[in-house]
Design a protein around this ligand. Sequence first.
Ligand code: VTB
Ligand code: MG
Ligand code: MG
Length: 323
Amino acid sequence: MKSLAWPLFRITEQAALAAWPQTGCGDKNKIDGLAVSAMRSALNDIAIRGRIVIGEGEIDHAPMLWIGEEVGSGSGPEVDIAVDPIEGTRMVAMGQSNALAVMAFAPRGSLLHAPDMYMKKLVVNRQAKGVINLAHPLADNLRHVAKALGKPLERLRMATLDKPRLQPAIAEATQLGVKVFALPDGDVAASVLACLQDNPYDLMYTIGGAPEGVISACAVKALGGDMQAELIDFCEAKGDTAEHRLIAARERQRCAEMGVEVNRVYALDELVAGNNVLFSATGVTGGDLVNGIQQVAKGVRTQTLLIGGADRTCNIIDSLHSW
Ligand code: VTB
Ligand code: MG
Ligand code: MG
């Protein structure tokens, strides 16, 4: 896996470079499409027998790297791939910050097969490893994390997403005195930030995308943090209506086919088995995790966070690309 670090990092760079010129174009699908085709052609150039296990959807929803798609040159190690070509297509389309091109590699069979639905996620760094339990109320988790970090609840910093489905959680945490950072979008970046040294957040609690959850878990695992997650159906995330029930039924069916359970708490080792994972995220628009792409005198500059679980490496790589 280690030898794939460089090829992987080049893939997220290529995707970010392909999408970036369209920042602010207003068209999410166009941006996704550009990143997807850049990723696919970069992937097919490297010596792996790769399979997309975490993608953005099923075969009929182009453009995307679909779940089950075989990629790579067809020789070399068997690799399972978790990908979000652009984590935050809306952010790129609207010219907002924090969008990333992300991909993770793991040995065959080591990632949870989660479909594209909502997931409840709780992430902490290594100092609070072992004290979280998503089956318990948020307030209990907040207390346990604060205790593990040796700080009062008033100094605990929780990242989350500013979405209607998270307003009760935000109110509950605020009530306890916890300082809440409700980000418009992007819980992959928030998960990674919660695990880094000198982190801006002590924990991350959200209900966001399941694919993003498994991708984040790769980084959390490699950084020695902790995470738990639970698949949530559409009604639970967005409210109980007739239309939402149809979506929820399809999601439950898909979960059964993929061998995963809705409303079951998955531990980090079940999300990602083993430490032999690689994670790469290149900034498209600038954020707290990495810089976005910047125009320089004779080209552009990219910044990528490359994390290796096997050798416990964490590199921030600046590249210059001429045009
Ligand atoms: C989630 C989250 C992502 O989009 O998928 C969210 O995991 C989608 O939320 O990080 P809505 O369905 O409420 O729009 C992100 O925030 C950005 O891709
Ligand atoms: Mg995306
Ligand atoms: Mg995403």
